[in-house]
Ligand binder design. Sequence first.
Ligand code: ADP
Ligand code: FBP
Ligand code: MG
Length: 319
Amino acid sequence: MVKRIGVLTSGGDAPGMNAAIRAVVRAGIANNIEVFGIYNGYAGLVKGDIKPLTNSDVGGIINRGGTFLGSARLPEFKNIEVRELGVEQLKKHGIEALVVIGGDGSYMGAKKLTEMGINCIALPGTIDNDIVSSDFTIGFDTALNTVVDAIDRLRDTSASHARCSVVEIMGRHCGDLTVWGAIASGAEELIVPEKGINMDEIVAQIEEGKKRQKKHFIVTLAELMTDAHELAKEIEKRTGVETRATVLGHTQRGGAPTAADRVLAGRMGAYAVDLLIEGQGGRCVGIRDNKLTHYDILEALDLPRVFDETLYNLAKQLS
Ligand SMILES: Nc1ncnc2c1ncn2[C@@H]1O[C@H](COP(=O)(O)OP(=O)(O)O)[C@@H](O)[C@H]1O
Ligand SMILES: O=P(O)(O)OC[C@H]1O[C@](O)(COP(=O)(O)O)[C@@H](O)[C@@H]1O
Ligand SMILES: [Mg+2]
C-alpha cells in the first residue's frame, strides 16, 4: 500500500483549497500514510519545495481563503524534461503518489505525471465551475456568494442614482458564475459566452423597465466577452440611462470558503486518499447528484460541456 503521498495546489487559487489540503493530510495520516506538502504548484515540485505536513500544520486553515501551500502556473511543465525534474524530486523524497488540486490545466499535468509512474488524483479546485466531470468545483459556491454580495451593494447605489450597473464576472470561458450570480441577485440581464451578446435585447429590457419606473438595472457580463466600460458607454448612449461598469476581478477568488465549499473539499480530499490507497492513478474526483465519483482524467477533459439552458432561461424569465 502507498506509504507516502504529496499534495499540491495549482493554477488559479480557489476558496476551499485549504480545506481540501487539510482533508488530504488528515485522511492520509488516519490511514498511516505520510503526507508531504508541495509548495507553489508544479513550480515548487520541480524546485523541490517539499515539506512533511502534520495534523497540526493544517489546523486553523479550514476557514481561510487562498491556499497556504501557494499556487502557480508553470507553462513549461508541458515539457517532459521539466516534468522529469519533478519526478526526480518526488523520488528523492520517497513520495509515491500525489493529490493535485486545481483546474483543467492542472489535470493535464496530473495525467502526465501518472504516465511517468506517479499515481495522481486530481480534485476540481477553481471558482470557474468549468470542470465538466463535476457538478460543482471547490470554490464556486464561495465566489458565487462574493458576486451576489457585490451585486447587492451595487444595486443599492444604482437605485439611489437611477443608474444601470454593468458587472463583469470571472469564469474564463464558462458562464456558470454569471448565470448563477444573475439568478441569485435578480439581475435584469446576463451576457455569457455560451449565448453571445444581443445588444438589442439588453436595450429592450432596459426600455421596458423604464416604462415600469424601474430605479436600477443590473447587467451581468461574463469576462473576456467585451470591455465592460465600453459596454456601459454603449448602453448609456442607446438608453439614456446613466451607466457604470464594475469589474469584480480577483475579489472573486478570495475570502473565507462557504460551508458548502468546506464540506465539498473535505469529502473530495478524503476520497482522493481512498483512491490512492486502492492504487488508482490518473483519475479525477467529481460530484454528481451529490455523490462522489471518479473519472479517467483524459476522458473527463474530453466530456462535452453542456450549458444549462434551463437555468439561463430562468434567469431571463425572472429578471
Ligand atoms: N498540457 C499540460 N501538460 C502538463 N502540464 C500542464 C498542461 N497544461 C497545464 N499544465 C500545468 O498546470 C498549470 C495550471 O494550469 P492552468 O490552466 O493555468 O490553471 P488551472 O489548472 O486552474 O486550469 C499550468 O501552469 C501548467 O503547469
Ligand atoms: O489570476 P489570473 O492569472 O489573472 O487568471 C484569471 C483567471 O483565473 C480564474 O480566476 C480561475 O481560473 P483557473 O481556476 O482555471 O485558474 C479565471 O476565472 C480567470 O479568467
Ligand atoms: Mg482552468
